[in-house]
Design a protein around this ligand. Structure first.
Ligand SMILES: Nc1ccccc1C(=O)C[C@H](N)C(=O)O
Length: 306
């Protein structure tokens, strides 16, 4: 029993870490097992670049569509052969610590999903130092409202984010849609290897570009917002999959598990999946493959087979 009556060791677990240990815990490439860190990062961009080139070259896509006035407020839409507008839409937010990556290297899942009749949207947003976290959250909200307005007959909008992108997607569980003029038909969330409490990030070198204050970190932490807001899920039937790789660091595991638990307490239909023998990067680049366990999980959720 914890004598303080508080959650035993929870916040304390990272607050007791040295700066060096925090930096290690929050460096995903330091935990990979099959390649070196550098080679992993290279492979990740290579696979992303190639998948995106292939997807963009195929017919049936709308590229660089503006969802706002700023230069980075652009998205790509990839359609299945059957170009109906009554399709499920899978919207993807890339990772890269809110300071790297773009839609032009993140279209990993286009081929296996469009082959099954799902439209895929890949979104760019203003990464740091140009964009602040508040702006990124706002842009992501705007991009989803845009998809809803443009395709009002959609058969569901499914949000997926990786790493920092999982954070942005998770913030959408708490979004204020009235401000954006459309309530999206959200039918599912896939949160892959994400960060849901931003406070530890203030203490690692990545914050030099983000320049988060404690208030910024707290306001943009879905973990904290869920715990304090006590909002009911807009749709209690909407599945939220919190997914982490076996070879993600212990802090990434802790973040995913605690966010999953907060979702459950908040009444969300959340599930937690640890994917066997995968690191922070393989977990997303494998989405180029139709037989990959996560590709199959996504398709099952969209087409509701159990
Ligand atoms: N999470 C990511 C997602 C996509 C691309 C990079 C990252 C990184 O975290 C890079 C970090 N500088 C690393 O070395 O682990």
């Amino acid at each position: 029993m914890d004598v303080t009556g508080e959650n035993p060791g929870r916040e304390a677990s990272w607050k007791k870490m040295s700066k060096e240990e925090l930096e290690i815990q929050y460096s995903p490439s330091g935990w990979v097992v099959r390649r070196g860190a550098e080679e992993t990062l290279r492979t990740y961009s290579q696979i992303g670049d190639e998948a995106t080139k292939r997807a963009q070259a195929a017919r049936g896509s709308l590229l660089h569509v503006p969802y706002g006035d700023r230069e980075r407020e652009r998205l790509d839409i990839y359609f299945p052969e059957d170009e109906s507008e009554a399709l499920p839409f899978f919207v993807f937010f890339h990772g890269g610590y809110w300071q790297s990556g773009s839609k032009d290297s993140s279209a990993f899942m286009v081929s296996p999903l469009t082959a099954q009749g799902v439209a895929v949207v890949v979104v760019s947003y203003d990464i740091a130092p140009k964009g602040t976290l508040d702006q990124m959250v706002d842009q992501v909200t705007q991009s989803i409202a845009f998809v809803q307005k443009r395709y009002p007959c959609n058969e569901g909008i499914y949000l997926c984010g990786h790493s920092a992108g999982a954070h942005l997607a998770a913030m959408m569980l708490l979004a204020n849609w009235t401000k954006h003029g459309a309530t999206p038909n959200l039918k599912g969330f896939f949160l892959v290897s994400g960060i849901y409490d931003l406070e530890p990030i203030m203490h690692i070198p990545e914050n030099e570009a983000l320049l988060m204050t404690l208030e910024d970190a707290q306001r943009n932490s879905p973990q904290r917002c869920l715990e304090v807001a006590l909002t009911q899920p807009v749709d209690a039937a909407c599945p939220v999959l919190v997914i982490v790789g076996q070879h993600d660091s212990p802090e990434y595991h802790r973040q995913s598990r605690e966010f999953y638990q907060a979702l459950r307490r908040g009444g969300w239909k959340a599930s937690f999946e640890e994917l066997d023998d995968l690191d922070h990067f393989e977990i997303i680049w494998n989405l180029t493959q139709k037989d990959y366990v996560l590709t199959q999980m996504i398709l099952k959720t969209i087409f509701q087979e159990s």
